[in-house]
Design a protein around this ligand. Structure first.
Ligand SMILES: Cc1cc2nc3c(=O)[nH]c(=O)nc-3n(C[C@H](O)[C@H](O)[C@H](O)COP(=O)(O)OP(=O)(O)OC[C@H]3O[C@@H](n4cnc5c(N)ncnc54)[C@H](O)[C@@H]3O)c2cc1C
Length: 469
C-alpha cells in the first residue's frame, strides 16, 4: 500500500492545499497529522487568541478531512526539537511511503523542517514540500541584476508582470480509501491539548472554517472592495476585508484571494489598491526569506542598531493598556485587547507613537502586537514595525512622524471609533474628542503622557545623529 502522510501546519484547509492535493494524487491511502508545540508557541509569542483560532479551525479541518476519508491525528510536544524523532516514529509505525508538507519561511521553521528532512532520509522515507504561502516562489522576483528588491514599488511592478489574473488553484481532492491505523502511544486527542480560554465574544467575531473564510472573501469582493480606496483608512467603517487571521493561519490561500479580486468584481482603482496590499504581504515575506536576520530581532538597516532607545516600563505599560491620554492611540490599543486585531492605519499610528514620540524600542511593540494579534505573522508584523520605526527596508523616512491628534481628526473625524473603544470620552463633542483639555477631561482618563513636540524633536535628533554618521 502506498501510504502518504500530510503534515498540516499553517495551512489548515482542504481547498487549494498543494501538500494535501499531491499526497492524494500519489497515494492509495492518505493520513494527516497536526503537531501542537505549546512551549514553542510561547517562545514565538503566539497570541492566545490565535492559538484558540487554530483549535477551532483544526476542528473544522478534521471534519472536512473526514469527509475525504482522511483521518487527522493530533500530537503534542513542547518544542520543534522533538518533532523529527516523533515523525520518524509515526512514519515507521504507519509504514509511510512519503511525507508531504508546505513550506514555512521563518528561520526556526526552516531549521525544524530541515531536521525533519534529515530524519526522513535516515529512515528512507520520501518527502516532498511545496510553496504555498506566496503568490510567487522565493527568489523569482528579482531586479535586472538578479538581486532582491529593497523597495516595494518596483517589487510590486515586477511581481504584477509575472502574475496571471487567474492563478492555478489546487482542487479539493476526491475521497480516499478509508484505512484504520494502530493508535500510537504519542497521540493526543484535540481535546487533550492545553488550549487557552478565549471569550465567546472574540470567537463570534472571528468564526472558524475555510467555508466561512471563502464567503468572507467573496462578500468583500462583491460588496466592499469597490470603495476600498476611499474607506480603507477609516477605522470606524468596515472597509477592509478582515481576512488577515485567515491568511495568517492558512485557512484561505493568497492565491484564492488574488483570483477572487479579479473574478468577482470589475477591476478599478480600489481593486488595484487591494491587490497592492496582497503584494505588501508578499514583499515582506520575500524580505524575510532574503534577509533572514530580520527573524532574529535585528533591524533591516544595521546602522539603526546603534539607536539608544529609552527604557521606561511605565510608559510601555500605558501604551499597552490604552492609557496614554491620546484618544486615538488608546482606542486602537484597546481594540487590540478587545478584538485581537487592529485596523492597519492604527497599527501605523500606534507603532510610530511608541517608536518615535516615546522613543521606546520597536521590538517591544512588535512583541506586544504578536502576543495579542489573531493575525500575528512574523513577516508582516516585523515589516510593519520596521516600517514605522524607520529601521526597515523601504521604511517611512524618520522625519515623517504621524501626529496622533492630526491622524485622529483626519481618519476618525466624528470620533466614532474613539467613542466605541474609549467610552469615558463618548460625551465629548466631535471637536473635543481628539484631544480633551484639562477642563473637559473626565476623571480617570489620563493626561497626555508626552508633549508631542518634545517627543518628536527627541526622535528627530536621535535619528539625525545616526544619519550623519
Ligand atoms: C505595525 C504593524 C504591524 C502589523 N502586523 C501584522 C501582522 O502581524 N499580521 C498581518 O497579517 N498583518 C500585519 N500588518 C499589516 C496590516 O495592518 C494587516 O494585514 C491588516 O490590517 C489586516 O486587515 P485586513 O485583513 O482587513 O486587510 P486588507 O486591507 O483587506 O488587506 C488584505 C490582506 O493584505 C495583507 N496586508 C494588508 N496590508 C498589509 C501590510 N501593510 N503588510 C503586509 N500585509 C498586508 C493582509 O494579509 C490582509 O489581510 C501590520 C501592519 C503594521 C503597520
Amino acid at each position: 500500500m502506498s501510504h502518504q502522510l500530510v503534515w498540516f501546519r499553517n495551512d489548515l484547509r482542504v481547498s487549494d492545499n498543494p501538500a494535501l492535493y499531491h499526497a492524494c494524487e500519489q497515494g492509495k491511502a492518505v493520513s494527516a497529522i497536526y503537531i501542537a508545540t505549546p512551549q514553542q508557541w510561547r517562545e514565538h509569542d503566539e497570541a492566545d487568541v490565535k492559538i484558540d483560532f487554530w483549535r477551532r479551525n483544526l476542528l473544522c479541518l478534521q471534519n472536512a478531512l473526514a469527509e475525504l476519508n482522511i483521518e487527522l491525528h493530533f500530537f503534542q510536544v513542547d518544542s520543534y526539537q522533538q518533532i523529527p524523532l516523533l515523525i520518524e516514529k509515526i512514519c515507521q509505525q504507519w509504514e509511510i511511503e512519503r511525507l508531504h508538507f508546505n513550506h514555512e519561511y521563518p528561520i526556526n521553521e526552516r531549521l525544524r523542517d530541515q531536521n525533519v528532512i534529515d530524519s526522513c532520509r535516515k529512515i528512507t522515507v520520501e518527502y516532498q514540500n511545496y510553496h504555498d504561502q506566496l503568490l510567487l516562489p522565493p527568489s523569482t522576483v528579482r531586479t535586472k541584476t538578479g538581486t532582491p528588491f529593497k523597495v516595494f514599488t518596483p517589487f510590486a511592478k515586477e511581481a504584477k508582470q509575472q502574475l496571471e489574473q487567474s492563478l492555478y488553484l489546487y482542487p479539493t481532492p476526491p475521497s480516499q480509501i478509508a484505512i484504520t491505523l494502530p493508535e500510537l502511544a504519542e497521540e493526543s486527542g484535540l481535546k487533550d491539548i492545553i488550549w487557552p480560554n478565549i471569550s465567546q465574544d472574540i470567537q463570534h467575531f472571528w468564526p472558524a472554517g475555510e467555508h466561512h473564510a471563502f464567503s468572507r472573501l467573496v462578500n468583500f469582493c462583491q460588496k466592499t472592495i469597490g470603495n476600498y480606496k476611499q474607506h480603507r483608512d477609516i477605522p470606524s467603517l468596515g472597509g477592509t476585508s478582515r481576512l488577515s487571521p485567515y491568511l495568517a493561519s492558512g485557512i484561505i490561500s493568497v492565491r484564492q484571494c488574488w483570483n477572487a479580486s479579479w473574478q468577482y468584481c470589475e477591476p478599478n482603482d480600489s481593486v488595484h489598491v487591494w491587490q497592492n496590499e496582497l503584494l505588501w504581504r508578499e514583499f515582506y515575506k520575500h524580505v524575510l526569506i532574503d534577509y533572514p536576520y530580520v527573524s532574529r530581532h535585528k533591524p533591516w538597516k544595521p546602522l539603526t542598531e546603534k539607536i539608544e532607545w529609552r527604557q521606561n516600563e511605565q510608559e510601555l505599560m500605558a501604551w499597552q493598556q490604552g492609557q496614554t491620554g491620546f484618544p486615538l492611540i488608546d482606542a486602537a490599543m484597546r481594540q487590540l485587547l478587545a478584538r485581537g486585531w487592529m485596523h492597519n492605519r492604527l497599527r501605523m499610528v500606534t507603532a510610530m507613537f511608541l517608536s518615535k514620540h516615546l522613543l521606546l524600542d520597536w521590538r517591544l511593540g512588535e512583541r506586544w502586537f504578536m502576543q495579542h494579534l489573531i493575525d500575528g505573522e512574523l513577516a508582516a508584523n516585523n515589516g510593519g514595525w520596521q516600517w514605522s520605526a524607520s529601521t526597515g527596508t523601504d521604511s517611512v523616512p524618520y522625519f515623517r512622524i504621524f501626529n496622533p491628534v492630526t491622524q485622529s481628526k483626519r481618519f476618525d473625524p466624528e470620533g466614532e471609533f474613539i467613542r466605541h473603544y474609549v467610552p469615558e470620552l463618548a460625551h465629548l463633542s466631535d471637536k473635543e474628542i481628539h484631544m480633551p483639555t484639562k477642563m473637559n477631561r473626565p476623571r480617570g482618563y489620563p493626561e497626555p503622557m508626552v508633549d508631542l513636540s518634545v517627543g518628536r524633536n527627541r526622535a528627530l535628533a536621535t535619528f539625525k545623529l545616526l544619519a550623519e554618521e
